[in-house]
Design a protein around this ligand. Structure first.
Ligand SMILES: [Zn+2]
Length: 749
């Protein structure tokens, strides 16, 4: 390390002084200045292309002030100090990163003068603010005991904010600086609502002072991340998109946007953005994509049910983990969690177990045992225990996750969508070529959570578990709207994790176990044989077999046989029972307090499925729903509907039964797959779209016709079309109204 000593001696001149130059790497620049005891040293270092740490050292060599604002390589580092003794002081500039490229700086110091009492107060506030940053930086390193640094950072930051506000008023830019450090501290200690409010206040000050400036955009992006943490992904999306509209290169905002879309269930767009970011940083010179960028992409792939891809991506950054016995820090935890999640999905339970234990140990050592982020770590670990057959261990870990007191301002409910106060929706996944998950609605009740439908894939049900962990409340009751596997499959996991859980449903599943489910089981066994040992193909098939074989765990212990008011877990609800419609007996749930109705598959978007249906009974059921005074309807699949949208669906359904259906097949030329993107969206007019296999399309039409007589065996899935007609030839088709006829157009690939 070499040092350039400035020859410039700053005397106490009236004009003050300015100097400028360039710095890089490990070079250090010092300015010398002579001060009398009680003199005010005031000024700033303007950074241009390099991030500097500014220190003021006293006559004894001790560092009296160290400033490194979070503004990166541009902007000012302010200096404000009252000299405690007379002597020679040094203002020292040093690049934060010893590998930094060369950049310019400009140092400006006002002429020293005796400090007034007000100067002393200002200098004290500045000093506290600098201390807050230093301590936060130490906390962020995530070593054991990090939490103590955060506590110091918080105390110093709050004092600095109060002091500066009192001296300069609430709109001073330095108030925004103090709010910044507090925003990060609150976020990192898990007080997300406080963090959100701090960044929102800082943003208001910056928007008024310098709209569109890089620092203002940075604060916008920071606020977006806090919206993610408080479970407001739509607001987060708005923040990130507004940042990117001004500066589309901002990596943090792009990564945040991917997460916001992921949290709202738009996995396809989320993946596009996250993978572009990783690919660009991989191609560029430099250190490659950041760990958090890769973890984001991997988590999206895990949500998409692609653990193989996720693991391949994570491999790129897994080498950055320290090799034991070197300790893991809090900063490694999210990478370890993603790795464990991928391991678990791929059946590598031992590796998952080691990694998740390491993640938990690192989090606990750094941040204590009640940080909200731990709830997710514990939930993953609970799933690892279940995979090891240790149900008791899983339940214990989960109970701990739930008991982490969700502090009132520490709510992070992941990707849940608020439907109404106390009602949240976890959208079911709809991925082409894969079996879907139904929607899950979670109602908060006095005695715990009431979950309506539980999904099919483990990944879906885990979202319910994560939600419960974040809320700090157990699941005490499940209502199944009907027995289809994409609505009841998660009952198995929830019953294991929440002993004593009550399941409300019709008893129609009893008939299905010897009908539809038995047939489906035969089909699955055949498919496993055809997969011929290919683990990628076998895994989902075996998961389905396991669900069907769980048999008894899918059967209700609270049979719903009649409609009417009912109190579940202390919450007053109304249940409807609809025989026969989608199945031999469907249940719907109405919450009179919020006027929200949960219809199950009586409303299924993008299009109803008739495998086990009685079409005429279904139509009557929709007429019955229309007489309930609901304002919002949560369908079995698809987004929340207004009353008007429900009426569109009801009309469409009537038309579907009434109209002739023509079938036209044509070659799909690959140029016009635009309707493909509509899958899962509400149809504004009568236009039903689906993407399935051709024989299934034909079955669909035949079902509407053949099932018209609604014989009981149909609702158990017998005679509803041969299940073995699932073919390997993919086809997309859309059904559209044309001259009062339905046209089914198949696009062969
Ligand atoms: Zn369904």
């Amino acid at each position: 390390m070499f040092m350039i000593l400035s020859a410039l001696l700053l005397a106490a001149s009236a004009a003050g002084t300015a100097s400028e130059g360039r710095l890089s790497g490990s070079a250090t620049r010092q300015e010398r200045i002579v001060l009398r005891a009680g003199d005010l040293l005031s000024g700033a270092v303007e950074q241009d292309g390099i991030d500097l740490v500014v220190r003021v050292k006293g006559p004894g060599g001790a560092t009296l002030l160290e400033v490194d604002s979070p503004n990166g390589i541009q902007g000012p580092e302010p200096v404000l100090l009252v000299a405690p003794v007379a002597g020679t002081y040094f203002v020292e500039l040093q690049p934060l990163d010893p590998a930094a490229r060369e950049g310019a700086y400009r140092l400006r110091l006002e002429a020293p003068r005796p400090a007034t009492p007000r100067d002393r107060d200002l200098a004290r506030a500045r000093g506290l603010w600098a201390t807050a940053w230093q301590e936060r930086t130490l906390g962020l390193a995530g070593a054991p005991g990090a939490r103590a640094h955060y506590d110091k950072a918080r105390a110093a930051g709050e004092s600095a904010l109060a002091g500066w506000r009192g001296l300069m008023g609430p709109r001073d830019p330095m108030v925004a600086d103090a709010l910044d450090v507090l925003g990060y501290v609150y976020d990192e200690i898990g007080e997300y609502v406080r963090g959100r409010d701090a960044f929102a206040d800082a943003l208001a000050i910056r928007e008024a002072a310098e709209p569109g400036a890089p620092r203002t955009l940075g604060t916008r992006s920071d606020l977006g991340y806090l919206y993610l943490a408080t479970g407001e992904p739509a607001k987060a999306q708005e923040m990130f998109e507004s940042v990117l509209a001004t500066d589309k290169t901002r990596a943090a905002a792009r990564q945040g946007l991917a997460r916001a879309l992921q949290d709202q269930g738009d996995l396809a767009r989320a993946r596009e953005i996250a993978s572009a970011l990783v690919a660009e940083h991989r191609a560029a010179a430099g250190p490659g994509p950041s760990t958090s960028e890769v973890v984001r992409l991997a988590e999206i792939d895990l949500a998409l049910g692609r653990p193989q891809d996720a693991r391949a991506e994570l491999r790129e950054v897994a080498g950055r983990l320290p090799v034991p016995p070197a300790p893991f820090t809090n900063g490694h935890a999210s990478l370890l969690e993603a790795l464990a999640d991928a391991d678990l999905a791929l059946g590598d339970v031992d590796s998952a177990s080691r990694r998740i234990a390491a993640a938990r140990a690192a989090r606990e050592a750094a941040m204590g045992e009640d940080h909200p982020a731990l709830a997710r770590t514990l939930a993953i670990e609970a799933r690892v225990r279940m995979a090891q057959g240790d149900d008791a261990g899983a339940a214990r870990l989960f109970a701990r996750a739930a008991s982490i007191q969700a502090r009132p301002n520490a709510r992070a409910t992941g990707d849940a969508i608020a439907v109404a106060p106390g009602i949240d929706l976890l959208r079911g996944r709809f991925v082409l070529t894969e079996q879907p998950d139904g929607n899950t609605t979670i109602l908060r009740a006095p005695q715990g959570l009431v979950v309506v439908d539980t999904g099919r894939h483990a990944a879906h049900t885990e979202r319910i578990v994560d939600f419960a962990a974040a809320m700090g409340q157990p699941v005490v009751a499940v209502v199944n709207t009907h027995w289809h596997v994409d609505h009841v499959g998660g009952d198995v996991m929830l019953r294991r994790l929440f002993p004593g859980l009550r399941v409300y449903a019709s008893t129609a599943i009893e008939g299905a176990r010897t009908g539809f489910l038995a047939n489906y089981r035969k089909y699955l066994e055949g498919a496993v044989a055809k997969a011929a040992g290919d683990p990628e193909k076998e895994r989902p098939l075996r998961a389905e077999l396991a669900l069907i074989d769980a048999g008894a765990a899918l059967v209700p212990d609270q049979p719903v046989t009649k409609a009417g008011p009912v109190t579940i877990a202390g919450r007053k609800l109304e249940l409807g029972v609809q025989p026969p419609a989608v199945t031999a007996a469907d249940v719907w749930v109405y919450d009179p307090a919020t006027r929200v109705i949960l219809s199950g598959d009586l409303v299924t978007l993008p299009t109803p499925l008739f495998d086990t249906a009685c079409p005429a009974g279904w139509k009557a059921a929709l007429d019955g729903l229309a007489s309930v005074p609901f304002e919002k309807l949560v369908p079995g699949h698809g987004p929340v509907l207004t009353r008007d949208q429900f009426e569109t669906y009801r009309r469409a359904f009537g038309n579907l039964l009434a109209f002739e259906i023509d079938v036209e097949l044509m070659r799909h030329d690959g140029r016009n797959p635009e309707w493909f993107g509509h899958t899962g969206k509400t149809h504004e007019r009568f236009e039903l779209r689906r993407a399935v296999h051709l024989p299934a399309a034909l079955v669909f039409i035949r079902q509407v016709r053949l099932l018209a007589d609604c014989r009981a065996e149909h609702q158990s899935g017998v005679g509803a079309g041969e299940v073995d007609e699932f073919s390997d030839e993919p086809i997309h088709f859309l059904i559209a109204e044309q001259d009062r006829r339905l046209v089914l157009r198949g696009f062969l690939r």
